[in-house]
Design a protein around this ligand. Structure first.
Ligand code: EPZ
Length: 429
């Protein structure tokens, strides 16, 4: 298993380029199941979850042809392009081994049932950050007329023809909205998704589906209306930049000092993060619609933060925020409202010298505290990112084990950081 070795205390200077959004690429890849024509997707990030999804689609009989439009140089992502062609679906079963690797495999449920009238997908089970049930996905599919059974840990879904319905989500769910949005595009009649997720990744998926001939209104609001159509066609679509990767590099500039230019990003998708980082004392400017400049000229000052569904402060930036708050003067109260166990990184940060107290879904961070390098273990994707950030600020050497977690969602993060001066290297053992 690979590990990172980081020598901290080095300010960052230069430009980083943001890759395509993993959480947009995943549903967009699943959308290829909705048509027997080829789907061309561009700007896919070279991250493990995308590779896992390629494997998953191939087990269903999908052909995937990949070519890099622009091979990446050091620190610059390869603008990967894939032609996904679900001419025939020869298998509708997604085994536990695949879902265990990546719970977002459940995104193929809706498209498979809509296209083939059946799907068998292992229940994902919990993960490091929470129970993460998919009950809302299943309730929504039943509303559309699917018969759902759960046997031996497998969800078995069947439907002769999906029929449009009004679906109300008890909780806002990103992949639940995406799963049912895809299913609704081929359902007979109108589907209304109430209390739908408004994330940019949902909007990006809807943009792709519309190019494929779907009829969707209200995306980006909490009420999405879909008029079902008999079939969808192929399309070409570039996925949006990864807002969480861009936010992570903003945090890197804040915690390590120096000044960073972040290119190929979408500042409009990061307004809550930018405002909160400015409140902490980071100077953030947006010189162009696709770039950000971050400088940490003054000492950081504490600021409370609560995670919320989009357009609020994203839960996927909470761990990075906590790392930054350890260097801010005063107490910062961080409240996590989306997942029930998303403070695993705090325990490792305390081992590096941070002063963090966890009380239920709240973390009280008291700073600034000097961080010292230590051996730490990554527990999940965004927790790993916060450990990298802490390593950039810590005095001495930090060794981060199990970096496969970070490889799931960040494209060559160590290369991008090294390109702007960080002393970080990947050691394979
Ligand atoms: C998506 O996960 C993202 N993953 C997550 O990013 C992100 O943290 C999350 O949305 C919240 O923004 C992808 O898009 C692939 P949810 P998702 O359904 O869809 C509860 C990362 O780091 N819920 O919006 O699985 C659930 O337990 C990952 O890139 C139900 O109760 O999250 C949670 O408390 C981590 N029943 C809340 O809703 C359901 O059927 C929000 O979950 C579905 C969800």
């Amino acid at each position: 298993m690979d590990r990172f070795i980081i020598y901290g205390g080095v300010p960052l200077h230069g430009t980083v380029h943001i890759s395509g959004a993993k959480n947009s690429a995943l549903p967009c890849l699943a959308a290829c199941l909705l048509t027997e024509q080829p789907l061309i997707l561009e700007n896919l990030p070279a991250v493990r979850d995308i590779t896992t999804t390629f494997h998953l689609l191939r087990t269903l009989g999908i052909t995937l042809e990949e070519n890099d439009v622009q091979a990446g140089a050091s620190g610059i992502p390869a603008r990967r392009r894939i032609v996904a062609h679900a001419r025939q679906i020869t298998n509708v079963e997604v085994p536990w081994e695949l879902v265990r690797t990546m719970r977002a495999s459940t995104l193929i449920l809706g498209p498979l049932v809509a296209r083939c009238g059946q799907a068998q997908v292992s229940l994902p089970g919990g993960c490091a950050i929470g129970a993460r049930p998919i009950d809302l996905h299943l309730k929504g599919l039943e509303k559309l007329g699917a018969q759902i059974a759960v046997e031996h840990g497998m969800v078995i879904a069947r439907a002769d023809r999906l029929r449009g319905a009004r679906i109300y989500f008890d909780r806002i769910t990103v992949t639940g909205t995406e799963d049912l949005l895809m299913a609704a595009t081929l359902a007979e009649g109108e589907t209304v998704l109430e209390n739908a997720a408004r994330e940019p990744e949902v909007r990006d998926l809807a943009g792709l589906l519309t190019k494929m001939g779907a009829r969707i209104d209200g995306v980006g609001t909490s009420t999405i209306r879909v008029q079902g159509v008999p079939r969808l066609t192929g399309a070409t679509h570039g996925v949006i930049p990864d807002r969480i990767e861009a936010g992570t590099f903003l945090a890197a500039a804040g915690i390590a000092g120096g000044d960073l230019t972040i290119e190929d990003c979408c500042p409009d998708h990061l307004l809550a993060v930018i405002e909160k980082f400015r409140e902490l004392g980071l100077s953030v400017e947006s010189p162009t619609p696709t770039s950000l400049c971050a400088q940490c000229e003054n000492p950081l000052r504490a600021a409370d933060m609560t995670t919320e569904e989009y357009p609020g402060f994203p839960t996927d930036m909470q761990a990075q925020y906590i790392a930054l708050a350890t260097q801010a003067s005063g107490p910062s109260l961080i409240t996590e409202t989306i997942f029930e166990n998303r403070f695993m990184h705090a325990l490792e940060l305390v081992r590096m010298g941070a002063n963090i107290r966890i009380e239920g879904n709240r973390a009280i961070v008291r700073g600034p505290t000097p961080l010292s390098g230590a051996g730490v273990i990554a527990s999940d994707l965004r927790a790993s990112a916060s450990l990298v950030l802490a390593g950039l600020a810590a005095q001495g050497e930090t060794i981060i084990e199990r970096v496969y977690h970070i490889d799931r969602g960040y494209e060559h993060i160590e290369e991008k950081l090294r390109a702007v001066g960080a002393q970080i290297e990947r050691v394979s053992s």
